[in-house]
Design a protein around this ligand. Sequence first.
Ligand code: NAG
Ligand code: NAG
Length: 202
Amino acid sequence: MPSQNSFLFFIMFFFLIISCLTLTSTSSSSPQKEDTFEFVRPIDRKLLGLNKKEKLSHFKFYWHDILSGKNPTTITINPPTLKLNTSTAFGLVNMIDNPLTLGPQLSSKLVGKAQGFYASTSKDELGLFMAMNFAFIEGKYNGSTISIMGRNPAFHNVREMPVIGGSGLFRFARGYVQAHTYWFDYKSGDACVQYNVYVFHY
Ligand SMILES: *[C@@H]1O[C@H](CO)[C@@H](O)[C@H](O)[C@H]1NC(C)=O
Ligand SMILES: *[C@@H]1O[C@H](CO)[C@@H](O)[C@H](O)[C@H]1NC(C)=O
């Protein structure tokens, strides 16, 4: 009798241990599902790899806005219906998938694409609202993006726009870009713009 009891006790103890182990292992293997917080919690920087020192980088490349030809990278999705001012094209919306290249020649190395749109939002000078992501394909930056949103008075020599964030290697990015028109063809509307990007990232 006593030996049977101790055997039973041993079995129950064994199952208790096993179930505890399973519980802890499931909670540690899928922390996001098992976390007990409801809505928001403070979190250690290390968990997101943000304990490293923040870097400041300067990227330089050329942005090609191609409206002409058989393979444009920019298309007008909203021509201004009400022509308030033909010289500012207030109301125009262009969708872009513009190549970003290392040099000013379109044939130079492709480092990414600028995807988004720009819209003419100024009635009395050419002033564009730019909303675009730089989607990089170069080296370790392949797959990472930088998001730009800002005002672009395109006929000014240098236009500054904020970097409002990013993804991948540019998580928590902030900074600004300076855009300088390299050339602009009044007839076709095609342009090549140099972008200097100054960005803090991890
Ligand atoms: C139209 O745009 C031109 C050039 O930017 C500007 O000089 C002019 O004042 C504008 N006209 C109106 C009515 O806004
Ligand atoms: C970038 O990554 C994609 C998929 O992750 C891959 O298919 C592509 O070849 C890469 N491009 C370059 C230029 O390394």
